[in-house]
Design a protein around this ligand. Structure first.
Ligand code: SIN
Length: 535
C-alpha cells in the first residue's frame, strides 16, 4: 500500500503537533503515532514550560541559567532564539486553549532546579497532559490527518533506492501494528519528532513509547547524531516495587521539598549552594554518591513541613498517585531514586530543524539542537519542542514549494522472513540491553564499564539484527532493534568524550577539559567523527 503526502510527521507530541498545525496551512500533513494519538513523552511532563513572563525576570537571566546548566556546550544563538521566542509561542499555546494555572491576573510561575527566577508555567502537576489535550484538539479542528498505531520502520532515502544525485529523504516505511501491513509513505518533507530513548535504561521516568525510534532511524539513514553521551537522570523517580516510571516533579522541590537520606540527614548543602534545587546533573550525582556511601537503595523527598491542603491542591496527580501506593506525602517523606529521563543529544539540526540529510527535519527530544548542551535546564524541553516545531514548519513549507518530484518507491519486501516464533528471545534481549545500560553506562562511568558495555551490546546488536531480518516486522522487534542501536550510539559517544562535563561523568577523566572538548561528539553511520559539528 502506498500513500503520498507533502509533510510526514513521525510523532505526536508538542514538537510534532506544533509543526503539523502550521504545516497544514501549506499542504497535506500526516501525523503518525505508534500508540494512541496522545501517547507521547509530552503527555507525561509534569513540571511545565520555562519562559520569561514576569516583570521580575529577563531574557538575559533565562539565557544565563540555560548556559550555566549546559556546562559550556550550549549553542548560544540557539539559546537566545528559544528564550526570546518563548513568550510568543506560549501565547499561541494559550490561544489553542491550554489552561495554565493562574495567580490572580497573572499566570502562576513555579521554580525548578537551576532557575534563578520563578518562570515555569504549569497546569497543576499535569502540564504535559493539558498541552497534549489542547494540541490534539487543535490539530483535529484544523483537519490534520493522523494515523494511530503506525510505527515507522525506516526512512526511505534516494540512496537506498539507488537513485542518482545527492541523497535525500523521501518518506518512510511504516508498520500498521493492528494489521501487520507495511505502508509505503512518500513525503516531500519528513519531520522526526518521536521523542527520546529513556527505555534504553532499566529504570526510567519515560513511557513505553520512548524507544529512540527517530534517532535510530536517522542514524541508519545516514544523518549525523550528536552528543548522545548526555543522558539526563531525573533525581526523583518514585521508589516503590509496584510503581512503573512514576516521576516526582522537580516542582516539588521548587515549592520547598527537601532531599534527605533515609536516616533523615540532609546532604545537598555539601554539594551545591542551591542545595535541593541545584542543576539536575549535580543533584543526581550527589544522590548516586550518597547511595553508594550508605548502601541504601533510595533517598527521600520530604514535603511534610508543607500544609496538606497546599500539597493536595498544587500537586493533585502526584499526591493521589503516591497515596495509591500507600504514601501520604503530607505525613511521610516520599521514597525516590534517580532514573533516566531525557536525552540531550539526538539528530543534529540547525536553527530551523534541518538535519544533515536533505528533506529530513527533526524537533523535540529526538533532535540535538544545541539548546541543552551537556545538561538540560528543567522545563526547557517543552519550550524547545514549541520553538523548533514552529521553525521547522517554516523551513518545511519552503522545501515543499521547491521540492523536485518524488522518485517512485517500491513496496516493502519481507523476502524470506518468517512469522516470529521466539518471543522469549525478544523479551530477553530487551532486558539485557536495558540492564547493561543501567549497570555500565549510568550516572558515573568508567572506561572499563563502557568497554564492557560496548562488547556486550555489539554481540546483542548482531543477534538482534539476525533475528530482525529473519522474521516479519513486529512492533517489539522494531523497538528492540532501535533500542540496541541507540544504546550503541550512547556508549560510543561516551567512550569518545575523554573528560567529565555536565551529564557525562567518568572517573577516568574527572575534570572538564575545555581546551580539547568544547565540541560535540558526532556519529555518522560508518564514520566515527569526533571533529566539531557546528563549531
Ligand atoms: C519535572 O517535572 O521535574 C520534569 C521537568 C523536566 O524534565 O523538565
Amino acid at each position: 500500500m502506498q500513500r503520498d503526502v507533502d509533510f510526514l510527521v513521525i510523532g505526536g507530541g508538542i514538537a510534532g503537533l506544533t509543526f503539523a498545525l502550521e504545516a497544514a496551512r501549506h499542504g497535506r500533513v500526516l501525523v503518525l503515532t505508534k500508540a494512541g494519538r496522545a501517547e507521547s513523552n509530552t503527555r507525561y511532563a509534569q513540571g511545565g514550560i520555562a519562559s520569561v513572563l514576569s516583570t521580575e525576570d529577563s531574557f538575559d537571566a533565562h539565557v544565563a541559567d540555560t548556559l550555566t546548566a549546559g556546562a559550556g556546550l550550549c549553542r548560544k544563538d540557539v539559546v537566545e532564539m528559544c528564550v526570546r521566542q518563548g513568550p510568543e509561542r506560549v501565547r499561541e499555546l494559550i490561544a489553542f486553549g491550554v489552561a495554565f494555572d493562574r495567580a490572580g491576573d497573572d499566570y502562576h510561575l513555579t521554580l525548578e532546579g537551576g532557575h534563578s527566577r520563578r518562570r515555569i508555567l504549569h497546569a497543576k502537576d499535569l502540564t504535559g497532559a493539558e498541552v497534549e489535550r489542547a494540541l490534539v484538539a487543535a490539530a483535529e479542528a484544523r483537519g490534520v490527518e493522523s494515523l494511530e498505531r503506525h510505527l515507522a520502520i525506516d526512512l526511505i532515502t534516494s540512496e537506498k533506492l539507488g537513485q542518482p544525485g545527492p541523497n535525500r529523504c523521501i518518506g518512510a516505511y511504516v508498520l500498521n501494528t493492528d494489521s501487520g501491513d507495511v505502508v509505503t509513505i512518500r513525503a516531500k518533507v519528513t519531520l522526526l519528532a518521536s521523542g527520546g530513548c529513556g527505555k534504553v535504561y532499566l529504570y526510567t521516568t519515560n513511557p513505553d513509547v520512548a524507544s529512540g525510534d527517530g534517532i535510530a532511524m536517522a542514524h541508519r539513514a545516514g544523518a549525523a547524531i550528536a552528543d548522545m553521551e548526555f543522558i539526563q537522570f531525573h533525581p526523583t523517580c518514585l521508589f516503590h516495587p509496584q510503581a512503573k516510571n512514576f516521576l516526582i516533579s522537580e516542582a516539588l522541590r521548587g515549592e520547598g521539598g527537601v532531599l534527605k537520606r533515609r536516616d533523615g540527614a540532609t546532604f545537598m548543602e555539601r554539594y551545591h549552594p542551591q542545595k535541593s534545587l541545584a542543576p539536575r546533573d549535580i543533584v543526581a550525582r550527589a544522590i548516586d554518591s550518597e547511595l553508594k556511601k550508605t548502601g541504601d537503595d533510595h533517598i527521600v523527598l520530604d514535603m511534610t513541613h508543607l500544609p496538606k491542603a497546599f500539597l493536595v491542591e498544587r500537586f493533585p496527580h502526584i499526591y493521589q498517585t503516591c497515596l495509591a501506593f500507600g504514601i501520604d506525602m503530607a505525613v511521610q517523606p516520599i521514597p525516590v531514586v534517580p532514573a533516566a529521563h531525557f536525552s540531550c543529544g539526538g539528530v543534529a539540526t540547525d536553527l530551523s530543524g534541518a538535519t544533515t540529510l536533505p528533506f529530513l527535519l527533526a524537533a523535540g527530544e529526538t533532535a540535538c539542537t544545541g539548546l541543552h548542551g551537556a545538561n538540560r535546564l528543567a522545563s526547557n524541553s517543552l519550550l524547545e519542542g514549541l520553538v523548533f516545531g514552529h521553525n521547522a514548519s517554516a523551513l518545511a513549507a519552503k522545501l515543499v514549494r521547491e521540492a523536485a518530484p518524488l522518485p517512485p518507491a517500491p513496496d516493502w519486501n519481507s523476502g524470506s522472513a518468517v512469522p516470529p516464533d521466539e518471543g522469549v528471545v525478544v523479551a530477553h534481549n530487551w532486558d539485557e540491553v536495558r540492564r547493561t545500560m543501567w549497570n555500565y553506562v549510568g550516572i558515573v562511568r568508567t572506561n572499563k564499564r563502557l568497554d564492557r558495555a560496548q562488547r556486550r551490546l555489539a554481540l546483542l546488536r548482531d543477534e538482534i539484527r539476525d533475528y530482525y531480518w529473519g522474521t516479519h516486522v513486529t512492533a517489539p522487534t522494531l523497538e528492540l532493534r532501535n533500542l540496541a542501536d541507540v544504546a550503541m550510539l550512547i556508549v560510543t559517544s561516551a567512550r569518545l568524550r575523554r573528560e567529565s562535563r555536565g551529564l557525562h561523568t567518568t572517573l577516568d577523566f574527572p575534570e572538564r577539559d575545555d581546551a580539547r572538548w568544547l565540541k560535540d561528539t558526532v556519529l555518522v553511520r560508518g564514520v566515527v567523527n569526533d571533529a566539531a559539528w557546528r563549531r
